[in-house]
Design a protein around this ligand. Structure first.
Ligand SMILES: C[S@@+](CC[C@H](N)C(=O)[O-])C[C@H]1O[C@@H](n2cnc3c(N)ncnc32)[C@H](O)[C@@H]1O
Length: 266
């Protein structure tokens, strides 16, 4: 199993995460750097938030984007209008490219869904030329995502299954302080630096926040889909109460922190 990511529906992904990864992508690109003429690989492109931001960020020579999910690959291809962009299905743990093909390999919000994340970093290193850059960013589910933490703390208070979901969610691969940096160093990258990137997720209302999860999107949506009618009603009401926090329903804004790491291929 090389992916734990739950693919449900491209439009649902967009509402759950794509709209926020679009905000994160320019911050990530600023940290990674990208130069005119380069060949860049986007690993785990999803619906293309980073792919299309890269195309806008510089006069990049070529962008290759891969994803494990055929649903997302089809959606990203449907959205693409840029002849420099090539999108195909592939596994981050077995990249179908020759050694040293790219100047940079980037993975935005992907490695925490790859059980053997170190293997994916090794593959990114392999396909980047000496002197090139490997970089990745993952959310800090435990300490840096209060909106989603609110959901997992709520379900944990309601049941043992909820407690187990919280334990899995807060400790997905690469999320603990220094974990991704250590992995980059173990995989032979040099001059490895780590930083934190912050974006706010701004919701219009509880429905705007909850609808994609309620529809089964992402790891929390997968959990909610397993609940029976009574458990589901209790969960919806308790999460709504946490979202509203004692005020009428309406806009709420949550800060979200991603760990980002960057290393050089020796
Ligand atoms: C949270 S989404 C991020 C998508 C996109 N990079 C973005 O920022 O919106 C995680 C993506 O990683 C992909 N993924 C997970 N495991 C993968 C693997 N082993 N190989 C390639 N893609 C993978 C999923 O299919 C999904 O598209």
């Amino acid at each position: 199993m090389t992916s734990e990511f739950v693919v449900h529906d491209a439009a649902g992904y967009e509402q759950l995460m794509g709209r926020w990864s679009k905000k994160l992508a320019p911050l990530f690109i600023e940290f990674v750097g990208v130069e005119n003429g380069e060949k860049v690989l986007d690993v785990g492109c999803g619906t293309g938030s980073l792919t299309f931001a890269l195309a806008r960020a510089a006069d990049v020579g070529e962008i290759t984007a891969i994803d494990y999910s055929s649903v997302f690959v089809e959606e990203a291809i449907r959205r693409n209008t840029d002849p420099r962009v090539r999108i195909r299905q592939a596994d981050a743990c077995a990249l179908p490219f020759e050694d040293g093909t790219f100047d940079r390999a980037l993975a935005l919000l992907v490695l925490h869904f790859v059980p053997e994340a170190g293997r994916a970093v090794a593959e990114m290193r392999r396909v980047v030329r000496p002197g090139g850059v490997v970089s990745a960013a993952v959310w800090d589910h435990l300490g840096g995502m209060p909106g989603m933490r609110m959901v997992v703390d709520t379900v944990a208070a309601l049941s043992e299954d909820g407690r187990q979901l919280r334990a899995r969610y807060c400790f997905q691969p690469m999320m603990q302080p220094g974990e991704m940096k250590r992995t980059f160093i173990e995989q032979g990258l040099v001059d490895v630096t780590e930083t934190e990137l912050m974006v706010r997720m701004d919701y219009h209302s509880f429905d705007d926040f909850w609808a994609p999860i309620a529809a089964g999107e992402g790891p929390l949506g997968k959990y909610v889909a397993t609940l029976n009618v009574a458990e589901r009603a209790r969960t919806d009401a308790a999460v709504r109460d946490a979202y509203e926090a004692g005020r009428p329903d309406g806009p709420r804004s949550f800060a979200n922190v991603a760990w980002a790491c960057r290393g050089i291929v020796p």
